[in-house]
Design a protein around this ligand. Sequence first.
Ligand code: GTP
Length: 191
Amino acid sequence: METPYFEIPCVILCGGKSSRMGEDKALLPFSNYPTLSQFQYERLKPFFKEIYLSSKTDKFNFEKNLILDKENIHSPMVALKNIFETLKNEDKIFIITVDTPFVKIETIEKIINNSQEYSITVAKTEKTHNLCGLFHKSCLSFINKMLEEDIHKVGFLLKNSATKELQFEDEDEFLNMNNKDEYLKAKSIIS
Ligand SMILES: Nc1nc2c(ncn2[C@@H]2O[C@H](COP(=O)(O)OP(=O)(O)OP(=O)(O)O)[C@@H](O)[C@H]2O)c(=O)[nH]1
């Protein structure tokens, strides 16, 4: 099979509070990398025309492209706003979270290839993976409207946009690390 290459940017969300983890999950060691952020960045980089980390501060100790949030409040909606405003010449951006290191490239390819007529195309297994998918810049006006009204739920954005939820079967692929148990589980899978 040919290695995919996507002519769009990918942005990895790394600026959350990590309150359930108790420490910044973006900076936890993972696999052979000093941090999960670097793992996710290096793993996805070869497949996209550009790759970025989205965060509140430059807390990363490696060479990378970075998009800093302009607002201090913790919210993925704030991150999405800053991403679209920074990459303003891009129509479509692939968004993924730092804490989902097992999402397959074939899955990303399927999402991108099935996104044509939608504003947002995200992965779904039993639940919808709101921040694993392709977002079109047409979302930005609704994101701004939500932020004006202090609404921060990504689910609300999806419900009110032309969203396609693409079904996948492998739940393990979407393992995300919110707490220490999930981190230990992910580490045992990767090593
Ligand atoms: N850039 C940026 N990313 C964010 C922000 N808030 C959340 N994220 C990212 O969005 C993704 C989903 O966040 P969650 O895992 O639900 O929340 P979290 O804040 O990291 O963790 P909890 O405090 O335990 O809920 C993660 O990859 C976060 O790093 C933000 O304000 N700015």
